[in-house]
Design a protein around this ligand. Structure first.
Ligand SMILES: [Fe+2]
Length: 131
């Protein structure tokens, strides 16, 4: 029997345009706000068309020593050039980049998952330590 996790892909973001890139400090102070930016297509642009686009990014946090992740946020990108006139003729697009402010009382790992409507699920992670 297949598991969803078997279909979640990852790679080096410098050579694969689907991998979400997590930009945030390597170490933070407990209880202080810090900024996490996640971008798909940071090094190699991903298409953003009606037919082929990044639909959403989800962000989770695994506190050090925990066995369950906690969802930080879920971000949907809904404008990809669609229009009553036809595909790719609409006046607006949303880019697959999000910024969220976070504070934590423990270090841990941030996980980002992105969904391309053609190429499926992609993930990456980054460890955040306490100063
Ligand atoms: Fe794609």
């Amino acid at each position: 029997m297949n598991k969803l996790s078997e279909f979640v892909k990852t790679a080096d973001f410098k050579s694969e345009k689907h991998v979400p890139v997590i930009d945030c400090p390597d170490a933070v102070k407990a209880g202080e706000w810090f900024t996490v930016n996640i971008t798909v297509g940071k090094e190699i642009a991903h298409p953003n068309t009606t037919e082929h686009h990044i639909a959403w990014i989800a962000v989770h946090f695994l506190p050090a020593g925990a066995k369950t992740t906690l969802e930080i946020g879920r971000f949907e990108f809904s404008a990809h050039g669609q229009s009553p006139i036809g595909p790719n003729q609409g006046p607006v697009h949303t880019d697959s980049s999000v910024t969220v402010r976070v504070k934590a009382i423990t270090g841990g790992m941030i996980f980002a998952t992105a969904y391309c409507n053609i190429h499926g699920l992609w993930e990456s992670d980054k460890t955040v330590a306490l100063v």
